[in-house]
Design a protein around this ligand. Structure first.
Ligand code: NI
Length: 181
C-alpha cells in the first residue's frame, strides 16, 4: 500500500472525463483501491475519487463518520465502481463542502437531498443504495469528480466560500433560506 499524491484544483486531470472500468478485479485496480483507502485515511477526508490521484477511471471511495450520519453510526468504507447517480425527487439543499483537491477551503454547495446510487463494489457485484443528507452529498461530490466537475462549478452564492479557519472562527453559517434551486 502507498499514500498517493492528490491532484489540486488547476491540474487538468481533475477536469477530464474518467473511463468506465471493465474488470474491477484487475490486480492494478485492487492495488489502487487499497492505496486510495490509505491515502484517504492519511488525508483525513470522507471521500476520494480516482482522478484525484491521477487515475482516469470511474472509481471512488467514501465513508460517513458517525458524527455526520443521520443515525449516528459509522459507515464502513464503500468502494464504488462505474456509479450511476439518480436524484430522488427534485428537492435541493445547501450544505458546506470541502475537497481534498481544494485544501483549506469550503463552500456552500447545492445538492439533491436524496439520490439513488447504482454501482459495482470491489468484487464486481452490482449494488444499489438510496442515500440522503450528508451521504447523498458525498456521493454527488465524488461522482462529479468522474465527470471533471469540481464543487466550485456547482456553487450559486460565492459569499459562502472561504477558508475553513475563517469560517470556523467567525461562525459563518449558511442562511436557512439560502436558495438551493
Ligand atoms: Ni472532492
Amino acid at each position: 500500500m502507498a499514500i498517493l499524491k492528490i491532484a489540486r484544483m488547476g491540474h487538468p486531470v481533475l477536469l477530464a472525463q474518467a473511463m468506465p472500468v471493465a474488470d474491477v478485479a484487475a490486480c492494478e485496480l485492487v492495488r489502487l483501491v487499497g492505496d486510495m483507502v490509505e491515502t484517504l485515511a492519511d488525508a483525513g477526508g470522507v471521500g476520494l475519487a480516482a482522478p484525484q490521484v491521477f487515475r482516469g477511471v470511474r472509481l471512488f471511495i467514501y465513508h460517513v463518520p458517525g458524527s455526520r450520519a443521520d443515525d449516528g453510526a459509522d459507515m464502513a468504507m464503500r468502494v464504488v465502481f462505474n456509479p450511476v447517480v439518480t436524484p430522488l425527487g427534485d428537492e435541493m439543499v445547501m450544505g458546506w463542502e470541502g475537497c481534498l483537491s481544494i485544501p483549506g477551503l469550503r463552500a456552500a454547495v447545492p445538492r439533491f437531498a436524496r439520490v439513488r446510487l447504482a454501482a459495482q463494489d470491489e468484487t464486481g457485484a452490482g449494488f444499489e443504495v438510496e442515500a440522503s443528507g450528508f451521504e447523498a452529498r458525498v456521493i454527488q461530490h465524488e461522482a462529479d469528480h468522474l465527470d471533471g466537475v469540481m464543487y466550485p462549478m456547482r456553487m450559486r452564492d460565492f459569499r459562502y466560500f472561504g477558508f475553513n479557519e475563517e469560517i470556523s472562527r467567525s461562525g459563518l453559517e449558511i442562511p436557512e433560506d439560502a436558495d438551493a434551486d
